[in-house]
Structure formats: structure tokens, C-alpha cells
Write a protein that binds this ligand. Sequence first.
Ligand SMILES: [Mn+2]
Length: 303
Amino acid sequence: MHQLRLDSPRVSELVTGVKRDICLLDRVDAEEHDELTVLDISMKSNADALARVLARGARVQYFDHHGAADIPKHPALEAHIDTDAEVCTSLIVDRYIGSRYRMWAVVAAFGDNLVNAAVGAAQSLGLDHSELARLHELGECLNYNAYGESVEDLHYHPSDLYEAIAPYKDPRHFIYDEPVFNVLRTAYAEDLYRANEIAPLYEQDFGAVYVLPDAAWSRRINGVFGNRLAQRNSRRAHAVLVEKADGYTVSVRAPMNSLKGALALCEQFDTGGGRAAAAGINRLPRSDLELFLAAFGHSFSGR
Ligand SMILES: [Mn+2]
């Protein structure tokens, strides 16, 4: 959205939330002639709400990289959907606006753990190694701030974070001029340190499963912790579970060298969804833990 608004500024109402809060269109009370810009939430999860706002006479511009099922044919819907595993929403927007704010697209691609795609997109920018490393770190920090059960778990409300970023055309200036980056970087390092202290619950050559305790830091770090594990061991699949009162939330990362199998695993459970490379289960009952471990083994052992 930052790229789009830099390219064509407009006054709008921002509807956002934590990463798992994906049914954002449900919260939009659209009227005729309203213009909606929808980013990075699956059309599948928002299908009913999308049909509703279109029926009310709103126009919708939709950018996303999640599995879409059926894209409705409607004259007021402009859909930019690309489910390629090496593409994220920021790169779809980059394409749409003619790469005018490529550096921010690179930051976001790093945030989505699409390291190769980010480095590839950065090629034309002529950055040196340390600048690229800084953008990588910024992407991870911004992505890290999206993870939590509710916004209370986060360091910044996502809309406040957007307001902080909004004036900056160049992410390098944001890094040096705003305290946000340092706050997030420090907090991120602390959370990651705690996660790294935890031994896996299940570990095989082909994958490992970790369980983090019921705490705000676990809910913040589990996604990026999963990305870190995936980067450290690219032939392994990883699942990171976070305990909650009645069970677990689950995030699964497919092996980086195949980017496949995460969605197929998670879809076997009622509240599972996501993409082939990175998927999750919103609520895994405690009694289903053994079932999940078995399904994880079946999915990734190659047997
Ligand atoms: Mn995304």
C-alpha cells in the first residue's frame, strides 16, 4: 500500500490488523462509488465480503499472492493475483506501478522471506552489500511486527507503523531518521534469543517441530523464527507451534529448496490455510497434536 500511495496519494480509511487477521473486507461498510484497495489477503477468505461490496456498487482493486479459487467476473473488480511461490504482493504492486518505488518492494519481499526474489529485484538499484543487508533487516523487522494473536501483542499498531513509514520514499532514510527500526530490531533480537533457547519437540532429517510457550513474545516471534529455521536448514520443513489455552496455533514452512507441502499439510485441519511454501493452522486442539506430528512426517519425509 505504501508503494501505491507514494505513486498516487489519496486520502483513505485504513483497515488493517495482525497477520492472521485476514478477513479484513468483512469490516468494510462500502457504499456506491467507494474505491477499495485490497492487499495481501486471500480472495478465498474474503469471497463473500468481496461479493457484498461489489453488489453495493464499490470499485475494488485487489492485489494478492494467495490461492484465489475463483476470481469473480465483475466490471468493478480489477484483480492482480499471482500465486507464483517467488512472488509476493509487494512485487505485484511493483510491476503495476512500473517499479517506481522498487526499494520498498525489495524491503517487503525480504519481509516475506523471499530472499532470492528480493535480491533479484534489487539488482537494478545498484546497492552495496551493507545497504542490501539493511533493507533485509528492515523487511524482517516490519514483518515481525505483524505477528501476534491480537494487536496488544505487537510493539506498534500496524496502522501506526504505516503512518510512520508513509512520508518516506526511500527506506534508507526511514532507517536512519525514525526510532522505529531500532526499537523493532532490539525487540526482535530479544524474542529470537528466547526462541533459540527452545529445543525441538520433534526432529528428523527432513524436518523439525518446535513448541513455544503461551506468551506475547512467542506470538510475535513464531513466524520469523520459522523463517530463520527455514533459512538455516533449507532442506528441512519446519513447524512452529505456540501454546494457547485450548491448544496451539501452528505455522509451517516448507523446505526452502522445494517450497511445497505446507498448505497440503495445513489444509488437513479445520482452521488451516495459506500458501504451498508457508501455511498455518489457526487453532489446533491439544488432542490433535499427535495427529499433526504424524501428518507432518507423512508430508515431508518423502515416504
Ligand atoms: Mn503476503
